[in-house]
Design a protein around this ligand. Structure first.
Ligand SMILES: NC(=O)c1ccc[n+]([C@@H]2O[C@H](COP(=O)([O-])OP(=O)(O)OC[C@H]3O[C@@H](n4cnc5c(N)ncnc54)[C@H](OP(=O)(O)O)[C@@H]3O)[C@@H](O)[C@H]2O)c1
Length: 272
């Protein structure tokens, strides 16, 4: 763990403290923030998110089943952005799971088996799933329904001592990784516990111009995940990379709650 980034006391395995998520939200908005681990961080989605979060000032651990692959992925990141002091380092998934907040970026059908072996390390922490259950059918990408209704619900069942949230499903990997352009759009955040929602919103707040919206409980992850298939179909038909923007909701979305309850998000409702 890089010193100076884990700024709150990590709860002991199994101990879900009442305010850990709020502490994380506050910590994520403070200079240096808390560290974030990404399981399956060598893929385009995880590595893209790692790049964005590191560009937003967080310390990120890019996790993999194979440390050498993670090392190569981090080297690729550094080579692409040599002038940015990205605080990204490589590790196994077990090392990434030691981070204060952990994102699951594996293929959907590998998510549960990946987290279940890390349950002790993930206990008491916010775990954010960005996985979408999709399959290719002919030229189309279609959504499939996992056993528990969503990938996030499966992860939550596998991690009863963690606080699971779902987010980032609709952010295209290529744009995430393109740090020379800001991303625009809304990030739908689902979680059963307000603290998990808030900590996830604080991650979003690290990415300028992306707005976190409270999409409800983890039950809402099912339609959020499967809607990705619709976006990918739009991309193919219109030869673009569609992003999600919800109209009719003025303001900064969850960043306003973050500012009120979670910590110093700044007057804009964004992390400074
Ligand atoms: N691509 C996008 O634009 C995008 C956007 C938003 C969300 N997502 C979602 O984010 C997740 C990752 O997407 P991706 O495109 O980056 O996927 P990916 O490249 O297929 O997989 C990501 C990483 O997961 C690990 N992995 C692969 N198979 C595994 C297995 N059987 N068990 C454990 N780990 C395994 C691999 O890392 P190691 O081999 O190094 O362990 C791989 O690099 C997916 O669930 C996807 O639906 C993707």
């Amino acid at each position: 763990m890089e010193e100076g980034h884990a700024i709150f006391d990590r709860p002991a395995p199994g101990a879900v403290t009442a305010d850990a998520g709020f502490a994380q939200a506050g910590g994520l908005c403070q200079a240096g923030g808390v560290d974030v681990g990404i399981l399956g961080g060598t893929g385009p989605a995880g590595l893209g998110l790692a790049a964005r979060l590191a560009a937003g000032g967080l310390a990120v651990v890019v996790g993999s089943r194979d440390e050498e692959r993670a090392t190569a992925a981090v080297a690729e990141l550094r080579a692409r952005w040599p002038d940015r002091a990205l605080a990204a380092r490589a590790g196994t998934n077990a090392v990434a799971a030691e981070a204060a907040l952990v994102v699951v970026a594996t293929p959907w059908d590998a998510a549960e088996q990946t987290v279940v072996g890390l349950a002790d390390a993930l206990a008491g922490k916010v775990v954010v799933s960005m996985a979408n259950a999709l399959v290719g059918v002919g030229r189309e990408i279609q959504a499939v329904v996992p056993a528990r209704g969503s990938v996030a619900a499966g992860i939550a069942a596998a991690l009863p001592r963690s606080r699971v949230a779902a987010a980032f499903h609709h952010l295209p990997a290529k744009e995430l990784a393109a740090l020379d352009a800001e991303m625009e759009g809304d990030v739908l955040v689902c979680a059963d516990e307000p603290a998990a929602r808030l900590a996830t919103a604080a991650l979003v707040a690290r990415m300028p111009r992306l707005r976190a919206l409270d999409a409800g409980s983890l039950a809402a992850a099912a339609p959020v995940e499967s809607f990705t298939a619709v976006l990918l179909g739009l991309n193919r038909r219109y030869r673009t990379r569609a992003a999600l923007t919800v109209t009719g909701i003025p303001g900064a979305g969850m960043a306003e709650v973050l500012e009120k309850e979670g910590g110093p998000a700044g007057a804009s409702g964004r992390c400074a």
